[in-house]
Design a protein around this ligand. Structure first.
Ligand code: NAG
Ligand code: NAG
Length: 496
């Protein structure tokens, strides 16, 4: 009897335990640049929270929302205005973002779970936490890189620069302009950064995208005194300095290819989403992680894809899906390149929110005209990414490992069906690769990493230029849009 009674109590306790996870508040982890708001100035700051149990294992189910209170005060001891946003990744981890509307001279970050404070909460910053509009550049690039914990120079930068050795613009500048001043096919801007001022002159008919290069340069110049430098930025999709040409030109491009020499910068898309984090752009590398509906287990085991008809293999994908309707939910959203074939590959589909891509387990990073600039977001969403081989790449592709972070497929996607079937049969392995892809993004492609990459690039590039840097009379000087009057002193204040 006694035994049965104990058994029943035991069952009961088991039931309670399985309903609600037991979080160990001290072992749970909090990390990220947002905890160092005085040192790392961004439009929106962020940090991560991960719940773990007493055995230090991640809690992935049956947990409650964390509670976060971030408050602070201004120099005049008024509460400072800020906005906090919690993104639940549905896997026991959270991203917390906060955006300041004014400089705080004191900030307290409290992260709790039920009645407990997590990890080392509260985090107190007894120092100015500036808004991004402050013009408070650090004097020296190396100390900026250190303060931001930017790490080593990315190998792709070193590798591409090695092709050029030293760069003397006196001998190359005119030749480059002559070669690429083709207003109908090339959009190119010549930039001079001198005394932390940005000057530019553009060539081409469609140069509106120069705003993306302007924006990152302006943002950087508020954070660090940029080294004087001179460069050309290609605003088009295709790299320009192709292998067949007589000369190699060190042109900055958003998309690289294995048959060109262009020096790769993070795409305008991921750069803008880093700068506009919690601003007017709703899709960014962090929001995509918090706006997915289901965990891996709840996602449909199909490959989901939407996009334009900008590549013949995208048409091939439609064909495949008709042969294997159980494996695919794919359609074209727009006909432009193959307008005559809409009857065959249509009908085009309604717009689908990017967040709902992740109602499905499998995603496809297939080229459009060049590399698919949605690749970072696909990886961030926690689904498994299939990536066709291609000569085109973004700044981070070389660091992705096949079958670790994504599943490679042939350029003509002839083995895609087979690979999807593998994923269905090996669900746990597929899930692991998907999680690794997401981890990669969180280690390499967050707003801080994108800003670091640009600083490394400009810094390394400036080192190989041997010609003097001077702005030209016919260049436009790009002003800061709304600089705030900020007290930039670096000094640590006395304890309050
Ligand atoms: C808990 O696990 C993390 C890694 O998962 C490790 O870094 C940390 O040291 C562990 N903590 C303890 C107290 O074992
Ligand atoms: C394909 O996906 C869309 C968007 O999630 C959904 O509305 C539609 O029902 C799906 N089609 C099929 C055949 O499952």
């Amino acid at each position: 009897m006694n035994y049965l009674f104990r058994y029943l109590i035991h069952l009961c306790l088991l039931k309670i335990a399985s309903l609600s996870a037991v979080v160990d508040p001290k072992l749970s982890r909090i990390w990220g640049p947002g905890l160092y708001g005085d040192k790392i100035v961004m439009p929106a700051r962020y940090f991560f929270v991960e719940l773990v149990d007493q055995s230090n294992n991640s809690i992935r189910q049956n947990y409650k929302l964390i509670n976060v209170v971030i408050d602070g005060s201004t120099k005049t001891k008024k509460p400072c205005r800020l906005y906090t946003n919690i993104l639940d990744r549905k896997d026991g981890s959270f991203i917390v973002r906060y955006k300041l509307y004014e400089t705080c001279s004191y900030l307290k970050i409290n992260v709790g779970y039920e009645n407990d404070l997590l990890a080392d909460s509260p985090y107190i910053i007894n120092n100015d936490v500036h808004i991004d509009e402050c013009l408070c550049p650090k004097k020296d690039v190396d100390s900026f890189l250190e303060q931001w914990d930017c790490g080593a120079v990315p190998p792709l930068i070193t590798h591409r620069l090695k092709e050029f050795g030293q760069i003397n613009w006196e001998t190359q500048r005119e030749q480059l302009i002559k070669q690429f001043d083709k207003p109908h096919s090339v959009s190119l801007c010549h930039y001079i950064v001198k005394n932390n001022q940005i000057h530019r002159k553009c060539y081409g008919k469609y140069v509106g995208f120069n705003m993306f290069v302007d924006n990152i340069l302006l943002s950087l110049s508020r954070k660090v005194v940029l080294p004087d430098t001179e460069f050309f930025a290609n605003l088009g999709d295709w790299p320009l300095s192709t292998h067949g040409m007589h000369e190699k030109y060190p042109i900055f491009s958003w998309c690289g290819s294995t048959d060109s020499y262009d020096i790769i910068m993070p795409t305008y898309d991921i750069t803008e989403s880093a700068l506009e984090n919690m601003g007017r752009v709703t899709l960014d590398i962090l929001s995509v992680q918090g706006n997915v509906e289901g965990t891996w287990e709840n996602r449909a085991p199909k490959l989901f894809w939407r996009g334009r008809d900008s590549n013949k293999y995208r048409l091939e994908l439609i064909k495949l899906s008709r042969k294997y309707p159980d494996l695919f939910n794919v359609s074209l959203t727009n006909f432009f390149f193959y307008r005559d074939e809409e009857d065959i590959y249509g009908p085009k589909s309604e717009h689908v929110s990017f967040f709902s891509f992740f109602d499905y387990k499998y995603q496809l990073g297939i080229d459009g005209t060049v590399a698919p600039y949605r690749m970072p977001y696909l990886l961030a969403g926690g689904s498994l990414v299939f990536k066709p081989e291609s000569k085109y790449f973004e700044h981070f592709y070389k660091d992705l490992q096949p079958n670790v972070h994504y599943v490679p497929v042939k350029e003509d996607i002839s083995d895609l069906v087979e690979k999807i079937q593998w994923a269905i049969e090996n669900d746990e392995e597929a899930r692991k690769i998907a999680m690794n892809g997401q981890k990669f993004v969180n280690r390499n492609l967050l707003p801080k990493d994108i800003i670091c990459y640009h600083v490394h690039l400009l810094n390394e590039f400036s080192k190989v230029i041997t010609s003097a840097v001077n702005d030209f009379k016919d260049m436009e000087t790009i002003p800061q849009k709304k600089v705030m009057d900020c007290d930039c002193s670096d000094g640590i204040k006395d304890e309050l």
